[in-house]
Design a protein around this ligand. Structure first.
Ligand code: ADP
Ligand code: ZN
Length: 213
């Protein structure tokens, strides 16, 4: 299974990805998670990416494409993968097509997670994440059992630096301008599966299973 998750920031891609990863037993490749790990470890890549991310902008294509090409060449991707947050621009999608073509691999499908901008704003301002394991929480719908502490690993639950209202608005604008054209790009290739994520997370998972088997 070679899957792409497409959707606005805060559409719930990450939460859905965690479930799909275990259902289909494929690695979950989140470019956002890889960038954040590099930022916290202060690597060269992290230093390059940090300002773009905290301003709600995309990291330049050449940096991102190289990082993903490298990740896709690791052995665990031979049985399939779930790309979350990549591609986000048409040049990234073209680069991915070339990488997969070289490997003789075809995409199984592109899951287009849909949600209104209003709901995104509401969900992201109340989103919190574990700084240690990356688990996602929501102060309104899914708070950690103990305030500020991760249920899964005991790590600190914090607000992401880019989850403040002004940055969220900027990320939404970036999404509409640069990423949304990919929906048509993949629809033209008959690869799109539309999934609404305005309801409960388990409904979105069930919808994907219904479509992909
Ligand atoms: P969200 O989907 O909630 O915006 P992500 O964790 O996927 O969050 O990404 C966080 C940030 O990382 C993005 O706003 C962007 O700056 C950067 N980023 C992630 N993936 C890409 C990509 N494919 N191309 C460029 N920048 C990216
Ligand atoms: Zn944790």
């Amino acid at each position: 299974m070679q899957l792409i998750l497409l959707g606005a920031p805060g559409s719930g891609k990450g939460t859905l990805a965690a479930d799909l990863k275990s259902i289909y037993e494929i690695p979950h490749i989140s470019t956002g998670d890889i960038f954040r790990k590099n930022i916290s470890e202060k690597t060269e890549l992290g230093v390059k990416a940090e300002n773009y991310i905290n301003n709600g902008q995309l990291v330049p294509d050449e940096i991102t494409i190289e990082m993903v090409a490298d990740r896709l060449s690791q052995v665990d991707c031979e049985q399939g993968f779930l790309l979350d947050g990549f591609p986000r621009t048409i040049p990234q999608a073209d680069a991915l097509a070339a990488i997969l073509n070289d490997k003789g691999i075809k995409l199984t499908g592109v899951i287009n997670v849909t949600i209104s901008d209003e709901l995104v704003l509401k969900r992201l301002t109340s989103r919190r994440v574990c700084s240690q394991c990356g688990a996602s929480y929501n102060l309104i719908s899914l708070p950690p059992e103990v305030n500020g502490i991760c249920d899964k690993c005991g790590g600190q639950v914090v607000q992401r630096d880019d989850d403040h209202e002004e940055t969220i608005k900027k990320r939404l604008e970036t999404y509409h301008n640069q990423t949304k054209p990919l929906v048509d790009y993949y629809r033209n290739q008959n690869l799109i599966f539309d999934i609404s994520n305005e309801g409960k997370p388990e409904d979105a998972v069930a919808a994907v299973k219904g479509l992909l088997g």
